[in-house]
Design a protein around this ligand. Structure first.
Ligand SMILES: [Zn+2]
Length: 302
């Protein structure tokens, strides 16, 4: 067993959370702080969070999950962090003299969920500002050959649907992404929750938004099930905080499709989905487990 702690950091738009894991993979320290947007603020927050959880311990590895596209230790297009491009791993590696692995936050969370639930086959569907998924196969997160594995938000499900930021029409993300909905409805950060509230009051335009969210989420779930056949499909992200208010229309949509197709019915999709448990630092734990020596979560076939 290697000496030292493995540190994981999950950088979100509002908070930065860090954990330290001991040799057995148990969380021995946890810290949360407000994220300061911009490259300098984000980097400073990561370093402060690592200092808080590692104290005087030797650090054997550092994993960092960030919302955005990651290549060669740099993050790109992290809109929620106010960063268009930044080297987040170099300054952290220099400060702590430890190997740093930077990756997309949805992938890190996928690994963390696998560890927490002790399952080696799962998909994580993140319904937030955007829509993306992580896939765990045989206990390993699949990144793909070009780093876009899981970007199912840009699968078009309706050629006559709303225009997406990516240039296509009717993407899953255009229906079920918080950013697209806020833009279309002129709402703020709570546009999706507002739409669910107004739909409950019978507002027809809001009902259309809600049915679009359900339609987009159900399409994402079908896509994940058909592409990778995971044991569980876990739904998280800002929109998932609606809880059963989200799950009910999504299950309704899955069951409607299943009623029209014996094949879809046989997949038992509604029984395979669940909401991400709250209060567990899954993204930070997954990031801590991301170093090359332990890329697999340690369950299932290996
Ligand atoms: Zn798109």
């Amino acid at each position: 067993m290697s000496a030292g702690v493995r540190v994981g950091v999950d950088v979100g738009g509002s908070t930065t959370e860090a954990v330290a894991l001991n040799g057995a993979g148990s969380v021995i320290a946890r810290h949360e702080r407000a994220t300061i947007p911009g490259a300098a603020g984000v980097t400073g927050g990561i370093i402060a969070a690592i200092e808080a959880v590692s104290a005087d311990d030797v650090i054997s590895s550092i994993g960092i999950g960030v919302p955005g596209r990651v290549a060669d230790g740099h993050v790109h297009d992290a809109v929620n962090l106010g960063i268009s491009e930044a080297d987040l791993s170099g300054p952290v590696a220099a400060r702590f003299a430890a190997a740093v692995h930077l990756e997309n936050d949805v992938r890190a969370a996928t690994r963390g969920i696998g560890r927490q639930k002790q399952i080696a086959s799962l998909a994580y569907l993140n319904l937030g500002t955007g829509v993306a998924a992580g896939v765990l196969v045989d206990g390993r997160v699949n990144g793909g050959s070009r780093g876009v594995a899981g970007e199912i938000g840009h699968l078009s499900i309706d050629p006559a649907g709303p225009v997406c930021a990516c240039g296509q029409r009717g993407c899953i993300e255009a229906f079920a992404g918080g950013g697209a909905i806020a833009q279309r409805t002129g709402g703020g950060p709570f546009a999706v929750r507002d739409a669910f509230d107004r739909a409950d009051d019978g507002d027809p335009a809001a009902r259309e938004v809600v049915s679009g969210v359900a339609r987009g989420a159900a399409a994402a779930i079908r896509t994940l099930a058909l592409a990778v056949d995971p044991e569980r499909i876990v739904i998280g992200g800002g929109i998932a905080r609606l809880g059963d208010r989200l799950l009910a229309p999504v299950i309704g949509e899955l069951e409607r499709a299943a009623n029209g197709s014996a094949f879809l019915g046989s997949l038992r999709l509604a029984a395979r989905i669940e909401l991400l448990p709250r209060g567990v630092p899954i993204g930070a734990i997954g990031a801590a487990l991301s170093d090359a020596r332990s890329a697999a979560i340690g369950v299932g076939a290996g």
